[in-house]
Design a protein around this ligand. Structure first.
Ligand SMILES: C[S@@+](CC[C@H](N)C(=O)[O-])C[C@H]1O[C@@H](n2cnc3c(N)ncnc32)[C@H](O)[C@@H]1O
Length: 446
């Protein structure tokens, strides 16, 4: 009998060697890689596989024989069922260390680059931080009730949850009450989603409605909004169909960046960072690394509603924010004017996944760049930086270490930049999302 067959016949006991990008324990058995949810580095565990392929298996831990010292009791009672968080069983500081290792490993293994300096990680409160979320709603006839929550792990079912530890406390406390409210509506089968947008002075909940609410439904929604001091919006179709419903005199959604004297109004359909406290720290760090100066010309690529553009403009530099969404560009222009920065913050809409060297040259020359792309990264943009007059400093904010590493390779090996520094920012505690920041520099041509 082979060793593997013997192990299979007993109970698939393995020792976890590391954690992967999704927070799963990684082990090897009989030449196969086993990715085990709920297992931590150093632990000896048994597992049950839910997907078997010739070279790897995906599994769930069934028993922990030797727990890691960094293992903690998850705070949320739905951990393991709800698909929202995957790292609550790991001490919060150790989560940051894991994310840092994922960043360094990605830079090295994918991008073949190493940062000269690893920046100290940025982190903040670990619970109740999440201000943006898309929550699912399902009326389940078999259960005789309406569920409001995140999807269950690896499932399209909505988790039967009464609370959430990462949403802001006010929104978390509303989960069971929203379930009751939706369950009482005539359109409970036609309301599949609630989008949450927490602002500084108002919390907006956008109800996706496939049918208009009846007048009784409207009365129930109004009473709920008044009682719980939230603002309901209705969304009948795509993102351009968001309309405020009640109360109509609620304050405008906004967040502020006190260090830069900036207030950012936004609509619930528009992208904003989910963790406003960490966003402030992230912007401070980005500005320290970028060090914008009066007289410089700077571009902010993937600028959204101007989250980095306006702090750059506040320094006195001339800044051009470029973004794919025309609605966000319009919002960014309004926000620049609102903050008295329209003179040195300009904006343009452009698909940055189709950037070319010629198109980049047409934008004029820049001293510095800030790049904050979506998960797919900024490959076409970084490829286009090969011409004359390329910027001498780039601050790259990333939500995906794999694409950051891939783009870093182009910047370093093709365009001759040096990766001066990189570090993680724990924007999404208890989830496997790795947000990071990197600084690239290149000698100016004299
Ligand atoms: C990670 S968000 C950053 C937004 C902004 N920097 C902020 O901090 O709020 C990425 C932004 O890229 C924009 N985007 C996505 N795909 C794009 C594309 N192909 N071209 C230009 N912008 C795009 C999104 O609309 C979004 O605003």
């Amino acid at each position: 009998m082979s060793k593997g067959a013997f192990v299979m016949a007993t109970e698939n006991r393995v020792t976890i060697e590391s954690l992967d990008q999704e927070g799963r324990g990684v082990a090897h058995l009989d030449g196969k890689v086993i990715f085990i949810e709920g297992a931590l580095t150093g632990e000896t565990v048994s597992y049950s596989s839910y997907r078997k392929k010739p070279s790897f298996e995906l599994a769930q831990v069934t028993q922990i024989h030797k727990p890691a010292s960094m293992r903690v009791q998850p705070k949320c009672k739905y951990f393991g069922v709800c698909g929202g968080c995957s790292m609550q069983h790991l001490d919060a500081n150790a989560q940051v260390a894991v994310k840092q290792r994922i960043l360094e490993d990605s830079l090295w293994h994918i991008g073949k680059v190493k940062a000269e300096t690893i920046l100290p990680p940025i982190y903040g409160q670990t619970w109740g931080y999440r201000e943006r979320a898309r929550i699912s709603v399902r009326h389940v006839i078999k259960k005789g009730k309406t569920l409001v929550g995140f999807h269950e792990k690896r499932s399209s079912f909505v988790a039967d949850m009464q609370s959430c530890e990462i949403l802001t406390p006010k929104i978390a406390a509303l989960i069971p009450l929203l379930a009751e409210l939706v369950g009482s509506l005539s359109i409970r089968d036609k309301l599949p989603q609630i989008e949450v947008a927490v602002g500084e002075f108002v919390d907006a909940l956008v109800l996706r409605v496939m049918e208009p609410p009846t007048s009784e439904d409207e009365a129930a929604l109004r009473a709920f909004a008044d009682k719980h001091e939230i603002q309901f919006w209705l969304q009948s179709g795509g993102p351009d169909t968001f309309v405020p419903f009640h109360p109509l005199n609620a304050p405008q959604l906004s967040y502020s960046l006190p260090e830069f004297g900036i207030t950012m109004p936004f609509a619930p359909s528009e992208f904003t960072q989910v963790n406003s406290a960490l966003n402030r720290v992230m912007i401070s760090r980005a500005m320290r690394l970028l060090d914008p100066q009066p007289g410089e010309r700077i571009a902010d690529f993937f600028c959204g509603l101007g989250n980095f553009t306006l702090p750059i403009a506040r320094s006195g530099a001339q800044v051009l924010g470029i973004e794919g969404s025309a609605a966000l560009v319009a919002r960014a222009r309004q926000n620049a004017a609102f903050n008295g920065l329209a003179g040195n913050a300009k904006f343009a809409a452009m698909n940055l996944f189709e950037m070319t060297e010629a198109a980049f040259a047409q934008l004029g020359s820049f001293d510095k760049l800030l790049i904050d792309p979506p998960r797919d990264g900024a490959m076409d943009l970084v490829k286009s930086l090969g011409g004359e007059n390329t910027p001498h400093r780039i601050v790259y904010v990333s939500c995906n270490p794999a694409t950051l590493a891939r783009d870093a390779q182009v910047l370093v090996q093709v365009h001759g930049y040096t990766l001066k520094a990189a570090g993680v920012m724990n924007m999404f505690p208890h989830t496997s999302h790795v947000e990071s920041i990197a600084l690239f520099e290149k000698m100016r041509k004299t």
